[in-house]
Design a protein around this ligand. Structure first.
Ligand SMILES: Cc1cc2nc3c(=O)[nH]c(=O)nc-3n(C[C@H](O)[C@H](O)[C@H](O)COP(=O)(O)O)c2cc1C
Length: 222
């Protein structure tokens, strides 16, 4: 399937058939997330596959009562790892690139990257660390969504959630995090509901091409 065709077919799916998601299809969607690209290849994510009905019920409550979370055969909890930007871990990611032979950098050059106000995310403070984490996760959602289309599955990103970002329902969130074994340095940022679609929603409109694309100077048509 061509990429634009998969993009064209994409719809957020919130109703699912009461059918098992074949293991190889689930794995393919998770692989798409694992292989997503990220800032300095930091990969600040963990994908937690949740299938237990009681846990899905709990998560639906965290998601402002969104029923699709309890009803989806599979929920993927996408955890953002804020510690991935700590200099020692960020250095590990960079060293991984050096080790793979795709980047050549001396120890001094690595230190310069990590201390740089633009390249070293840890230098930008907690708000930017959060923003950078969410930014990377968005790429993973998109890859996973397109693979779900390719696999004939339906998916929806559920970001309306009680978590560190929204600060709502703190106790419920802390309980769910503990039950799921999510450590403090990771935030449960979104739930991806996944299953065999049981609806064919109409495509949601997008802004026109010329409203979002310019050439050379904003407002000049492409
Ligand atoms: C980061 C993010 C969070 C979202 N959170 C929710 C959500 O909590 N509940 C929901 O029903 N849809 C959620 N959506 C789905 C959007 O509403 C949907 O993608 C948008 O309306 C466009 O529709 P489409 O995906 O069918 O093209 C979310 C989408 C994104 C990208």
């Amino acid at each position: 399937m061509a990429t634009l065709e998969a993009i064209d077919r994409w719809r957020s799916i919130r109703r699912f058939r009461d059918e098992h998601v074949p293991e190889e299809k689930l794995r393919a969607v998770l692989e798409a997330g694992r292989r997503a690209f990220s800032w300095e290849n930091v990969q600040p994510w963990h994908f937690l596959v949740i299938e237990q009905p009681e846990m899905k019920e709990k998560l639906a409550k965290l998601a402002a009562g969104q029923k699709q979370v309890a009803r989806a055969p599979v929920v993927i909890g996408v955890c953002g790892d804020l510690s991935a930007w700590d200099k020692p871990k960020n250095r590990e990611a960079l060293l991984g690139l050096v080790g793979a032979g795709v980047v050549k950098a001396t120890e001094e050059a690595l230190n310069a990257i990590l201390d740089d106000p633009v390249f070293g995310v840890a230098n930008n403070g907690p708000t930017m660390i959060l923003a950078r984490t969410f930014e990377q996760l968005g790429i993973a959602y998109a890859f996973m969504g397109l693979e779900a289309v390719h696999q004939g599955l339906g998916m929806c990103v559920v970001g309306a959630l009680s978590n560190e970002a929204t600060g709502a329902a703190r106790e419920k969130y802390v309980d769910a995090k503990a039950a799921l074994g999510i450590p403090d340095h990771m935030y449960l940022v979104a739930l991806l509901t996944l299953g065999v679609p049981d609806e064919e929603p109409q495509a949601r409109p997008r802004k026109p091409f010329d409203a979002v694309v310019s050439r050379g100077k904003m407002g000049n048509r492409f």
